[in-house]
Ligand binder design. Sequence first.
Ligand SMILES: [Fe+2]
Ligand SMILES: [Fe+2]
Length: 260
Amino acid sequence: MEAYLNKGIKEIIDQFSQVEDILNEYDIGCAPCSVGTCLLKDVVEIHNLSADKEQELMAKIAQTIYPDQDVKIPRVARKTETEPKEIQYSLPMKMLVDEHVLIKRLIALVPEVVKNLDVDSAEGRQLIIDTVDFIRSYADKFHHAKEEDILFKYFDENLDILKVIHADHKQGRSHVKAVLEALDKKDEATIGKHLTAYGALLTEHIKKEDEILYPWMDRSLSISQIGKLFSEFKAADETIGYSPSKYEEFIDRLEKKFKG
Ligand SMILES: [Fe+2]
Ligand SMILES: [Fe+2]
């Protein structure tokens, strides 16, 4: 069983498809992952299951791989041992989680924006331009820049989990580009398709960051690194050149318009 800890999770799922269902039982969704080269031991460490849950999960996987055999269940080594409880974010991580809240409010409005698409009126076009501006300036330049240019630099960027996160950011940008190209062509169907896809992508992305990536990063960083990260985030926010409150006002306005 020990040898399987160092195997890629996708390779294990390819060989033993039931492992996908077992992982899903523990809210570990590896099968749809776009990169999927994480090793089984990394998957277990990153998801920080309790010792009992980890043993239970590993026993189920062992039973699938070695049916009817009594195999020793290994315990995955952790950098730090913390029992999973309610997630407590450090201050810099909390800044990112709070920014997700505003991005999630935009995502919740996407179905309304799509339903009300009107590329023929100036007001309709402005709504699409403003939505794209929120995504590019707030979600990407203000928020993702702190992740990519500062936070992720504290880690090995070849880590699979960071490759997944980078791939999501890249895909988000390509949806936004496609929306603007479709706006030029007054192609409402394509605008709707890419805005909807962006909403679905970011919903999953934020869940991955809030529930898996940030808690794992908090467990991995030292107190002094967290302090340094916080000052770097503050400095980055001060040099952004605009007030993010403008984007809160935009979301307030849209919520009033569509939800009353
Ligand atoms: Fe992100
Ligand atoms: Fe994020």
